[in-house]
Design a protein around this ligand. Structure first.
Ligand code: SF4
Length: 441
């Protein structure tokens, strides 16, 4: 790279799906000879990849755009909030370009237009790693298997921002996964808006990977990923009957025994109002069946309290659901309207103080469940992947912990460990969310 390289500052906001979009844009920019810099003052232009999922995320995105304009002045906006281009432009008319989510070519074109790439860029010298630019640590990576969503959850505007479901072909997904593993990735985090819907839009079309046919459905994908010999963790899975088929792979140790399944509520009436996928399924029976096959299964979920029309009886049903489901990791949000969502027209707004009370009652019950589940791990030996090294102290994660959202394992070891290493750790103590222990052979 020459001294005069064109320099781009990049800010990535939002969820892991947006992070993967950022990785793709950054990879293209690096391939085109741009240098990515970390400060506003070093950048010739700043790209802000926004999130617009809920109002607080939208506010953060707008604030970040304002900051980038104040600090640098030359700003290109992309991502989910980009679908509300008029609103962004009316607030910040000096923005150079606004593009929407997944518009990789458009945002790269916008950078080219406002900051032409250097002329003497040599793609053979300015090598970009074959797996592309990654914003995660080298030992784990998100693997996005589809874009968009075919559901119509009444509180969500993602389908209007990211469009209908578009699954990647199985050979494309597996080619990327294989490349990541060859580059040293030890844990693949499978993501989509609805991972369990993978392939339904492409009629589960069989593709070829390593010379053999692989069906583009959840089971085909999971079976192929399991053969790569790394940790494979599934996010955003709904409790459809066909998900039952992948649980044996978890019981056999081929996939991590972990499901991130956003249930959102336990009352069938509220779930119907939410228009949730798989709302008609008997989720508690399904969870029991999964655990019968794979007792080690960790289930993470998220819930919304105070959805319009939620009665005290609905909320009691939700608490009863929690008691029976005994979920390992749970996030809970108080309902807040999102501009453009269908739920805004529903009657029965729950007053703020009731939402707050329900949230506390929910969290109190779940905290007890989660803490008791962690206590059961004391004395056990668990495989742990190392994330961080602080001298002779290490921070890692067990099978039950996804990066960023779940707990951590703090450990000591006489051996020198590296990030991405997987060791056995005897657990000596458990807190509300995290574990402590030391390595054993
Ligand atoms: S499944 Fe529902 S909440 Fe998830 S992206 Fe689709 S519409 Fe939104």
């Amino acid at each position: 790279m020459t001294e005069s390289a064109a320099k781009v500052g990049f800010i990535s906001l939002g969820c892991p799906k947006a992070l993967v979009d950022s990785e793709r844009i950054l990879t293209r920019l690096r391939q085109d000879g741009y240098t990515i810099v970390n400060t506003y003052t070093d950048a010739d232009v700043v790209v802000v990849n926004t999130c617009g999922f809920i109002d607080s995320a939208k506010a953060e995105s707008l604030e970040t755009i304002g900051e980038a304009l104040a600090e640098n002045g030359r700003v290109i906006v992309t991502g989910c909030l980009g679908v509300q281009a008029e609103e962004i432009r009316s607030r910040y008319p000096q923005i150079l370009t606004v593009t929407g989510p997944q518009q990789y070519a458009e945002v790269v074109d916008a950078v080219h237009q406002h900051l032409p790439p250097i002329k003497n860029h040599d793609p053979f010298v300015d090598l970009v790693p074959p797996q592309g630019i990654k914003l995660t640590p080298a030992h784990y990576s998100y693997l996005k298997i589809s874009e968009g969503c075919n559901h119509h959850c009444s509180f969500c505007i993602i389908p209007s921002m990211r469009g209908r479901l578009v699954s990647r072909s199985i050979d494309d997904v597996m080619g990327e996964a294989e490349g990541l593993v060859q580059a040293g990735v030890k844990e693949l985090l499978v993501i989509a808006q609805d991972t369990s819907a993978y392939g339904s839009d492409i009629r589960y079309q069989t593709g070829f990977w390593q010379g053999r046919p692989v069906k583009a459905d959840l089971l085909g994908l999971c079976t192929a990923l399991a053969s790569l010999g790394v940790w494979v963790r599934l996010h955003y899975v709904y409790p459809y009957p066909h998900v039952d088929k992948i649980i044996p792979l978890m019981a056999e140790g081929k996939l991590l025994p972990y499901l991130d399944a956003p249930f959102q509520h336990g009352s069938p009436r509220v779930l119907k109002q939410m228009r949730r996928p798989a709302a008609a399924e008997d989720t508690l029976a399904r969870i029991a069946a999964w655990r019968a096959i794979c007792p080690e299964l960790t289930i993470r979920s998220t819930f919304i309290v105070g959805f319009p029309g939620e009665t005290e009886a609905d909320f009691d049903t939700l608490l009863g659901f929690l008691q029976v489901a005994q979920l390992d990791r749970v996030g809970c949000f108080q309902y807040s309207p999102v501009a453009g969502a269908a739920a805004n027209d529903l009657p029965g707004t729950v007053p703020a103080e009731i939402k707050e009370q329900r949230w506390h009652r929910f969290m109190q019950i779940q905290a007890g469940i989660s803490a008791a589940k962690l206590q059961h791990k004391v004395g056990r030996t668990l495989p742990v992947i190392i994330d961080k090294v602080n001298g002779t102290e290490y921070i890692g994660r067990s099978h039950a912990d996804a990066p960023e959202i779940d707990g951590l394992v703090y450990l000591k070891s006489r051996r020198v460990l590296q990030p991405g290493g997987i060791v056995n750790v005897k657990i000596s103590r458990a807190g509300d969310y995290d574990l402590w222990g030391k390595t054993v052979r």
